[in-house]
Design a binder for this molecule. Structure first.
Ligand SMILES: *Cc1c(COP(=O)(O)O)cnc(C)c1O
Length: 335
């Protein structure tokens, strides 16, 4: 049978396109729920408790999205007129509608990411503003793990943590794909979270839940974050239905992230077999460096074969199998 003839699509546009598995839907349907704004949803509480423990922190709060999680974190760490330092391409700065500025009066100071996804910590230190009425108060450093698929290591994060302490900054980690990083590095999620004051984890990326993120941190910090979550309209009621999907993902979809990384490596190899040296894989992402005209033609060709790509970042996830990668590989060879 022609592997390209299958009518099921291979969707490499993002790891947000995953559909809840039937086991996950079953867990959602059976979840014990209550009014979480009143603190009475046992499934939400269970998710928060389990993830906080797993990251070695005291508390956590379940939120609607990664964007809401970063926004609530920024609003909780910073006051109006404060400043946070983030990568120029950081999701929290660049891809969240300027929420911290719009809603919190919090100013960003950006620094370009280095090729390994880190920020140069001596540059971070240089950007901390002196105590002088001319300047915003630099309050927070925001890092991202993974950054474009690249994992930040525990030792880098430790170093970042000590730079923050030296300059009286808090450290927030946008760990949308924290478990991809831990899987790739062979370390615990706790080792990555330990130097950070707060960590945001997405359940709806590679972990395969339909909705939700969790913001993790200290007891007092999370208590204040709960107020901000309510303010931005994120107080949800019987959200245990959604938290159950997150719990299911934490129990069943973390260990399998290694498969996504292996599939990304195989996909990069397939691209390189057609275009030598064009592709690089990092955890579950493949970056395909082709001229935009060539990429557009390829995208249209693949779309006719129910293989969906969007731009130069191709992403593997729960709903992409090794057979699917083989199908993409065959399509690339015939292109
Ligand atoms: C997807 C993503 C977010 C935001 O998550 P949403 O749930 O889409 O709002 C934040 N940071 C990073 C690095 C992400 O990839």
């Amino acid at each position: 049978m022609n592997p390209e003839a299958s009518d099921k699509s291979v969707d490499l546009r993002s790891d947000t396109v995953t559909l809840p598995t039937s086991a996950m839907r079953q867990a959602m349907a059976q979840a014990e729920v209550g009014d979480d704004v009143m603190g009475e949803d046992p499934t939400v509480t269970q998710l928060e408790t389990q993830l906080a423990r797993r990251l070695g922190k005291a508390a956590a709060v379940f939120v609607a999205s990664g964007t809401q999680s970063n926004l609530v974190a920024l609003l909780t760490h910073c006051q109006r007129g404060d400043e946070y330092i983030a990568g120029t391409g950081a999701h929290a700065y660049r891809a969240e509608g300027g929420g911290a500025a719009a809603l919190g009066g919090i100013q960003p100071q950006t620094i370009p990411f280095q090729s390994d996804g880190t920020l140069d910590l001596s540059e971070v230190a240089r950007q901390v503003k002196p105590a002088d009425v001319h300047f915003a108060v630099t309050r927070l450093l925001c890092l991202e793990n993974t950054q474009d698929g690249k994992p930040l290591t525990p030792s880098y994060l430790q170093e970042a943590g000590s730079v923050c302490r030296e300059h009286a900054l808090s450290l927030h980690l946008d760990g949308a794909r924290l478990f991809n990083a831990a899987t790739a590095l062979g370390c615990s999620a706790e080792a990555l979270a330990s130097p950070c004051d707060s960590v945001s984890v997405c359940l709806s990326k590679g972990l395969g839940a339909p909705v939700g993120s969790v913001l993790v941190g200290g007891e007092a910090f999370i208590q204040r974050a709960r107020r901000w979550r309510k303010v931005v309209g994120g107080g949800m009621r019987q959200s245990g239905m959604l938290a159950a999907a997150g719990l299911h993902a934490l129990h069943h979809h973390v260990d399998r992230l290694a498969d996504d990384h292996a599939n990304a490596d195989a996909l990069a190899e397939a691209v390189n077999a057609r275009y030598q040296g064009a592709a690089e894989s990092h955890t579950n992402m493949v970056f395909v460096d082709l001229p935009s005209g060539e990429l557009a033609t390829l995208q249209a060709y693949l779309a006719e074969r129910q293989i969906l790509i969007r731009g130069r970042r191709w992403v593997t996830h729960l709903d992409v199998s090794r057979d699917d990668i083989n199908r993409v590989s065959a399509a690339l060879q015939s292109f």
